[in-house]
Design a protein around this ligand. Structure first.
Ligand SMILES: C[S@@+](CC[C@H](N)C(=O)[O-])C[C@H]1O[C@@H](n2cnc3c(N)ncnc32)[C@H](O)[C@@H]1O
Length: 277
């Protein structure tokens, strides 16, 4: 079927499909940006050669392999090491001095995807001599992505780009010190993995699980509608210690939130906020 035709056909059923996914599998996409969810559903229908929307609706409820592939597709897992290097440079310059004042440090990567962001932070903490007293909680609701993150095996092809990102972020070591190459892959060093706790956590349906000094939730909230962004900000606010720091993605903000006045801006360009005392 042609994607435009499918798109027209999906529209009146969209809310119903999202509700069935929630009722059957507990994944709540009701307050995600609808255009994004619709695009993914249309793509699934076209790629799997289904005849009509009725067939898709039946398959979603009866074929668990099909459903789990769709659920995986509904989460965009694009990520990279030291993504937005200037953000990480600002972390080194402005966030690390604050973290250094604590006897132990808890960091939460919410929506960590395949883990590149958590490994980047582990490298910074190691270089700053803080890693021994740091615990990094790296969470996502996509179990497939989390399993990859835990393995810490990445394509060797991306290492050139990651080395450049690392250097632009202020790194001075040889980036290759942090992994071992094997054929077309690299495996991240055990010394980086040792203080990372990988866990399945859904920002829509799960609650606070720890009190942390720093939260990084980057390029996740852009997929949420405003009420869900607000709900997630409440979760983050309740998870941060007083004086704790929240880092968002370059297209994400806090100004619209009623919690905004309870934070000060540490770096408005890099979207770094500090919870007031
Ligand atoms: C585009 S990736 C961003 C990865 C990383 N934070 C970065 O900036 O490179 C978005 C991640 O958010 C996760 N995500 C989306 N909705 C979520 C939810 N409700 N709970 C937890 N993770 C979620 C997705 O599974 C995906 O891995």
């Amino acid at each position: 079927m042609n994607a435009n035709l499918v798109s027209d056909e999906v529209q009146p059923h969209l809310a119903d499909i999202i509700e069935s996914i929630y009722q059957k599998y507990g994944y709540d996409f009701r307050q995600y940006a609808q255009a994004h969810i619709k695009r993914r559903i249309v793509n699934t229908i076209v790629m799997s050669g289904l005849h009509d929307i009725a067939q898709f609706k039946e398959k979603i409820l009866t074929d668990e392999v099909f459903a789990s592939k769709l659920l995986r597709d509904l989460s965009i897992t694009v990520t990279e090491m030291f993504r937005d290097p200037h953000f990480y440079k600002t972390v080194r310059e402005k966030v690390i001095p604050v973290l250094r004042t604590y006897p132990f440090i808890k960091i939460w990567h919410a929506g960590c995807s395949t883990g590149e962001e958590a490994y980047s932070m582990a490298i910074i903490m190691q270089e700053e001599g803080l890693y021994d007293r740091t615990t990094i909680y790296a969470t996502d609701f996509n179990q497939h992505a989390l399993s990859k993150a835990k393995e810490g095996i990445f394509s060797i092809e991306r290492m050139k780009e990651y080395t450049t990102n690392y250097q632009l972020s202020g790194g001075h070591e040889a980036f290759s010190n942090y992994y071992t190459s094997s054929y077309d892959s690299v495996i991240m060093n055990q010394s980086l993995k040792r203080n990372i706790v990988w866990a399945n956590h859904n920002l829509v349906t799960d609650s606070v699980f720890a009190e942390v000094h720093l939260i990084l939730c980057r390029n996740v909230l852009i997929y949420f509608e405003r009420p869900l962004q607000n709900k997630t900000h409440t979760l983050f606010f309740n998870s941060l210690i007083n004086g704790g720091i929240l880092c968002l993605g370059s297209k994400e903000g806090l100004q619209f939130s009623e919690l905004y006045h309870l934070y000060s801006e540490m770096d408005s360009q890099q979207r770094i906020f500090k919870k007031k005392y």
